[in-house]
Design a binder for this molecule. Structure first.
Ligand SMILES: Cc1cc2nc3c(=O)[nH]c(=O)nc-3n(C[C@H](O)[C@H](O)[C@H](O)COP(=O)(O)OP(=O)(O)OC[C@H]3O[C@@H](n4cnc5c(N)ncnc54)[C@H](O)[C@@H]3O)c2cc1C
Length: 584
């Protein structure tokens, strides 16, 4: 079964729904770019995803990665694909041009990333981590470190890894133990063990640059005592050539449910030489530059896998004959005739297209935050990014897994067995709900930091934008605009309710955090559907029909979930605390 990157939908979002070039008109860094270029990048990205990465996906899952005394090997074909990926300039697509990157907008990059994740999630994780590491180095490292590392990382010659997690320290990074002791020359000796490190060791690149969280000897306890270090696998000489091996080794790799071709490593740092990034004890804030980039990237893992799963399920559903057809002249029914199968396919498509739109909106705000010359625009964009990132991470990855699960269900028993490959999509999607901060932690971040601590100011501004879209919506879609008005009011009320609950009892209020996040995600999804409908005139008749039907399905069958979330949050979470730990 084939995968076809949804290039037309992507181009529609960039050009018509978000008109990104107009939004970027004051951004000097993007002044040379135009839609012709964006379309060409999408086309080339699609070819790479469809023709190079997708064919490796199944075999990569079967072969997996292997660890031996000489290191970690990736599956057959990965090295060659990685070489092609680097030669195509894909690693540095959104990277800083000062260090060899192409400096293209994040709004374009997210769409390419979605295709890559759809085609081969395991492969895509390696460059995704590198891109995140580059962003943190570019934002916070000294000029010397940038000069020595960034160019080779942005070209993919060297890759990056993110080393936070330790055996006893997962969601709670404040208790991590890895030590950093100062050397006389300004560098540090890093010692400790990190677990679950994606791409911690592999055979794709000549060097691996680890960004490691560790504590200085006099560091205060907790998250305020964490510093960030750049620790290369192989030392890099002043002239940029590779020197001796550093004290970095891979102890083992994990055997996992999915993403089997992505090496998940136990990494031992044994007095390895590291270089501080940013200020001592302020490493967590620097690491957040990487983590936020990764959170969006992982959100795209969700959308990508949901999209490929939808495509395979649809192809299967038109061919599989089961039951009697109600259509004239046909005996057997293709299963796509059955309402329940259509329900699943439309759920997949309508969430995928809403989530894709949100990824462009979020990325466009990242571009404005990073490049706008207007301090007001920059600040508002930064706040919007902070608000939307946990929503995208959690909602897209939950939808990613749910939609992959629908994909299996559409294929029935043939989905559960290996043959058609959809069970791999679900296995590969599952981790996205856990890493980069579990979805429960994302919901907590949204409620506590992004809404309550902000007195919901950024959210209110977003609600204002939604109201503007409703006011300006095409009269043909009045019914949907009216429904959106109703759900917007519910989201506003719910925001007041949960903020009051949080003030009274913060611990219990967090019981509703996931439902609150989902409520906002559905309202934003509905908003972005109306925004899309307002632009559909540029599409063919057929595509207009498809968009309208998907939007109506989203409003009629998915947004009503909000009523359940509202009821549940209004009920409070006392029942969850009614039992003692031993009898729950
Ligand atoms: C395949 C894979 C790849 C990974 N890649 C990387 C990587 O590259 N770099 C890296 O550093 N790490 C990586 N990780 C680690 C990953 O980020 C952590 O597993 C994740 O953050 C959760 O930590 P934990 O597993 O220790 O779970 P825990 O923190 O023990 O959480 C267990 C459960 O408790 C909940 N929970 C915990 N604390 C709270 C709280 N305060 N409030 C509410 N609920 C809470 C969680 O939501 C979760 O449901 C990877 C993990 C895997 C499996």
């Amino acid at each position: 079964m084939s995968y076809k990157a949804p290039v037309d939908d992507m181009s529609f979002l960039l050009k018509h729904v978000f008109d990104v070039q107009n939004n970027f008109k004051d951004i000097e860094a993007f002044s040379d770019f135009d839609y012709e270029l964006y379309d060409a990048v999408l086309e080339e990205g699609a070819k790479f995803a469809e023709n190079v990465l997708y064919p490796l996906n199944r075999d990569g899952d079967e072969e997996g990665c292997h660890h031996s005394s000489s290191g970690v090997t990736t599956p057959k074909g990965f090295k060659e694909a990685y070489q092609q990926f680097c030669e195509g300039g894909w690693q540095g697509i959104n990277g800083s041009p000062e260090f060899g990157g192409q400096g293209l907008p994040k709004a374009l990059h997210v769409l390419v990333e979605e295709m890559l994740y759809a085609a081969n999630t395991s492969f895509t994780l390696y460059p995704s981590l590198t891109a995140g590491a580059c962003a943190a180095i570019a934002a916070h490292a000294s000029d010397e470190l940038k000069g020595r590392y960034l160019e080779n990382m942005q070209s993919g010659i060297w890759s990056g890894a993110m080393c936070l997690t330790e055996p006893h320290s997962g969601s709670d990074l404040g208790i991590l133990k890895t030590k950093a002791e100062p050397n006389d020359d300004g560098s540090y000796k890093i010692s400790g063990t990190k677990i679950f490190i994606t791409g911690g060791e592999h055979d794709l690149a000549d060097n691996i640059i680890h960004l490691v969280l560790a504590r200085l000897p006099d560091a205060p306890a907790g998250p305020r005592g964490i510093s960030l270090f750049l620790v290369p696998k192989i030392a890099v000489n002043e002239d940029g050539s590779l020197g001796d091996a550093n004290g970095v080794s891979c102890g083992s790799i994990e055997h996992k449910m999915g993403i089997k071709a992505s090496a998940t490593c136990v990494m031992n740092f044994d007095e390895a030489t590291g270089y501080i990034i940013g200020e001592p004890n302020k490493g967590l804030a620097c690491m957040f530059t990487m983590m936020n980039k990764e959170r969006l990237s992982i959100a795209l893992q969700g959308t990508g896998l949901a999209e490929v799963s939808y495509q395979v399920a649809k192809q299967y559903a038109v061919e599989r004959i089961q039951g009697r057809s109600t259509r004239e002249g046909q005996k057997g029914a293709a299963i796509i005739e059955h309402a329940d199968v259509r329900r699943m396919l439309m759920t997949m498509r309508s969430t995928n297209e809403a989530n894709r739109a949100l990824s462009v909106l979020l990325a466009m705000n990242i571009d404005l935050e990073e490049h706008s010359q207007d301090p007001g625009v920059k600040l508002q964009a930064a706040k919007t990014v902070a608000l939307l990132t946990p929503i995208a991470k959690a909602f897209f990855t939950d939808a990613g897994f749910d939609n992959c699960n629908h994909g299996i269900q559409v294929l029935g028993g043939h989905g559960y067995v290996r043959e058609w490959g959809v069970e791999q999509f679900a296995r590969d999607a599952r981790i996205a709900q856990i890493y980069e901060g579990t979805n429960g932690i994302q919901a907590q971040d949204l409620l506590v930091r992004k809404v309550c601590a902000d007195k919901a100011e950024t959210l209110q501004a977003l609600f204002g934008e939604i109201a503007e879209t409703i006011a300006a919506s095409d009269p043909k879609f009045t019914k949907l605009a009216e429904q959106l008005t109703v759900y917007l009011a519910k989201a506003k009320d719910l925001t007041s309710t949960i903020m009051q609950q949080f003030e009274r009892n913060p611990a219990a209020a967090q019981g509703g955090a996931v439902e609150y996040l989902n409520t906002l995600a559905y309202v934003i999804g509905g908003w972005l559907w109306v925004k899309q409908l307002n632009c559909i005139k540029v599409l063919s008749e057929l595509e207009q029909q498809r968009k309208l039907a998907a939007a109506e399905f989203f409003f009629e069958h998915l947004m009503p979930k909000i009523d359940g979330y509202v009821a549940s949050i209004n009920n409070g979470y006392d029942a969850a605390f009614a039992l003692t730990d031993d009898i729950i």
